[in-house]
Design a protein around this ligand. Structure first.
Ligand SMILES: *Cc1c(COP(=O)(O)O)cnc(C)c1O
Length: 342
């Protein structure tokens, strides 16, 4: 596979392991985990795979500053802030909501890494944040700098490459382990991991299906998002992709499987089953999920598996869960965990 410019930022390949003890509870289904929470210590998670391509593109354009945006506890903003510090690039973050009185989790790490942070109200965010990013870019230019804007979650046609490259890595994992999973599972938030895996599955023929559990928005939203992002990727990289089997997919005809029902009260807000799932996996396997993304997706996956023929994994033997990271998001919600004898 030919790739556009890419930086070597993540610790790759990440391990693919079978959750031996946890799988015993699932009536004959083996759950495997692609441990992308191990892409780095501070830069852990899925965003660094996308940033390998986004920051390479920024540097190709001669930029010395990165601007990006997200929620206060954004894992993507944290990864960008730290990578900027490592590469000697200035990072400006636009965060959604009020500045917390006491920084915690990812936000605390943004501050430690020296990112410059602006806070915009949640109300009007959708239109206000790109405008504000353009303003910051203009100000950078006046000051003799050049700033590159990475959209939310690095989910655009550049960041899409992250999980296409991850798919190539999974193809090698599956070959080594002689594994042909029924499904690959991910949490979906800004859609780039899901869309990258969908394209990667077309190119590398990994599994029967890619199933995403939405932790924000709706299945309809992610359906449109994936098609739009993939179509833009095909247009932008048409020359590079010429002759790549699987890349000429008709984006309109793709099947985008987003399983609803596990978002709970809203983006970023955990609920009891999620906190219990985090505890259960940590104690059974020593693997830590987070309450914003992976905890909801993993809970959803387990619940759907236990539904048997009624669930979205009917007939599955092997399922691969992508652990997309997010550990630092546990700490701001730690009061919600209870440890009474259960
Ligand atoms: C961002 C994120 C996701 C979702 O990935 P998208 O590509 O934004 O859909 C999942 N898990 C974690 C831990 C994340 O930080």
């Amino acid at each position: 596979m030919l790739y556009p410019p890419r930086l070597d930022l993540a610790n790759l390949p990440t391990p693919l392991v079978k959750l031996e003890r946890f799988s015993e509870r699932l009536g004959g289904v083996n759950v495997w985990m692609k441990r992308d929470e191990m892409t780095g210590v501070e830069v852990s998670g899925n965003k660094i795979r996308k940033l390998e391509f986004c920051i390479a593109e920024a540097q190709r354009q001669g930029c010395d500053t990165l601007i990006t945006c997200g929620g206060i506890q954004s894992n993507h903003c944290r990864a960008t802030a730290i990578m900027g510090a490592r590469l000697g690039m200035k990072v400006q973050l636009i965060l959604r909501g009020e500045e917390p009185k006491i920084p915690s989790g990812n936000h605390f790490m943004d501050l430690l890494a020296g990112a410059e942070i602006s806070y915009l109200p949640a109300e009007g965010w959708a239109t206000a944040h790109p405008q504000y990013a353009r303003q910051l870019q203009a100000e950078a230019e006046v000051a003799g700098h050049k700033a590159y804007f990475i959209p939310t979650g690095a989910s655009d046609e550049v960041g899409l490459w992250g999980y296409i490259a991850a798919s190539e890595e999974l193809a090698a994992d599956f070959k080594r382990l002689n594994l042909k999973p029924s499904a690959i599972v991910t949490a979906t938030g800004s859609g780039g991991t899901q869309a990258g895996l969908i394209v990667g599955n077309q190119i590398f023929d990994l599994a029967e299906k890619i199933v995403a559990f939405n932790v924000s928005d709706s299945a309809v939203y992610f359906d449109e998002r994936a098609r739009e992002d993939i179509a833009r990727w095909q247009t932008r990289y048409a020359d590079l992709l010429e002759g790549t089997p699987g890349a000429e997919i008709d984006a309109a005809a793709l099947s985008v499987l987003t399983q609803e029902g596990y978002l709970g009260p809203g983006y970023g807000i955990g609920y009891p089953e999620v906190f219990d799932t985090i505890k259960a996996l940590a104690s059974a396997e020593g693997v830590f999920l987070d309450p914003v993304y992976t905890g909801k997706a993993f809970y959803g996956m387990v619940n759907e598996i236990l539904k048997g023929d009624e669930g979205c994994f009917a007939g599955a033997k092997d399922i691969v869960f992508i652990h997309t990271g997010g550990l630092f998001g546990v700490f701001p919600q730690q009061e919600n965990f209870t440890f009474a004898a259960d």
